[in-house]
Design a protein around this ligand. Sequence first.
Ligand SMILES: [Zn+2]
Length: 314
Amino acid sequence: MSDDIVFDKSFDLAPGTVDHVVPGVRRVLCDNPGPFTFSGTVSYIVGRGKVAIIDPGPNDDLHIAALMEAVRGETVTHILVTHTHRDHSPAAAKLKAATGAVVLAEGPHRASRPLHVGEAGRLDAGGDPSFRPDRTLADGDVLDGDGWALEAIATPGHTANHLAFALKGTEMLFSGDHVMAWSTSIVAPPDGAMSDYMASLHKLRRRPETTYLPGHGGAVRDAPSFVQGFIRHREGREASLRHRLDKGAADIPTLVRAVYIGLDPRLAGAAGLSVLAHLEDMVSRGIVVTDDGPPSIGGTYRLAVSGRAPLAGG
Ligand SMILES: [Zn+2]
C-alpha cells in the first residue's frame, strides 16, 4: 500500500500483565493475536479504587481473570464498550457478573444499512449479536466516575455503534478500532460504512486530544495529524479506484488486484469488503454506478461519467 502513513508496530506488552500507561490509566493485553487484532485486544482500566474498564475483550477466561486480578481490592463501577465486535464486548457479561458494574455502550450490534440477500452470515461472523448494554450512551454523554470523567464520542464507520471515549481533563482519548497506530481500520459493509467512517475521522481531527489509546497496539501520538493521514489515505484509495474504473467497468476482485499491491492473502476478503465500502460511498455520491442493482460484493461497477475525453474520429 503506497501511502505516507507511518505505522507504529512497536508494542511489546506481554499478555495478562498490567501496564501503567499514565497515572490513572492501566492496560491489559488479551492473548488473541491475529491479522485483524495485531497482538491482541487491549483492555483499559481507568481510575484508582473505583474504576471503569474500557473494552473487556473477547470471552476469554484467562483475560477475564487477568482483569479481575488487575483490579483486586478495587471496585469496578463501569464497563464501557467501544463497539460490539467479538474481540471487544463479549467479556462484559462475565465481568459484570463478577463485579456488578453497569455496562455501557451505544447500543446492540447492528448493520450500517439494510442487509442484502446472503449478508446475514457475514455480519454475524465478527459481531457480538447477544450483547445488550445496561445503559446506552449517545454522542456527548459524560460519565462521571470517582476521580475521572469520560465523554462518549459517536464514531461510526468501523461499526454503526462505535464510540470513542475522551478522558476529560487530559489529552487522551480511547479510540477503539476507529484509529489505531499499527494499521488502518477495517471498514467492511454491512457492519461498517465508508461515509460514516470518513465523517468520524473529520470529527476526531477537529478535537483537541493528542494521544489516542486504541483497541489494538500502542498509543497514537500527534493524533490529529495522524488522523489527517488516514483521511488522505482513503482519499487516495478512492482516487485509485476512479483511475482503474476510468479504464472500464470492473468487478471487486479486479479492483482489489488493481489497488492493493502485495496484499497479505489472509486479508483478501477484507480488502474486497473495503473496496465495496468505497464503492457504496461513491455510488451514494453519484460518482460510480452499477448495472446490477444496489452495490454488492458480486457487482460490476463503472464511472457515472467517464473522466476520459472521447477519442477523435472514433
Ligand atoms: Zn478489534
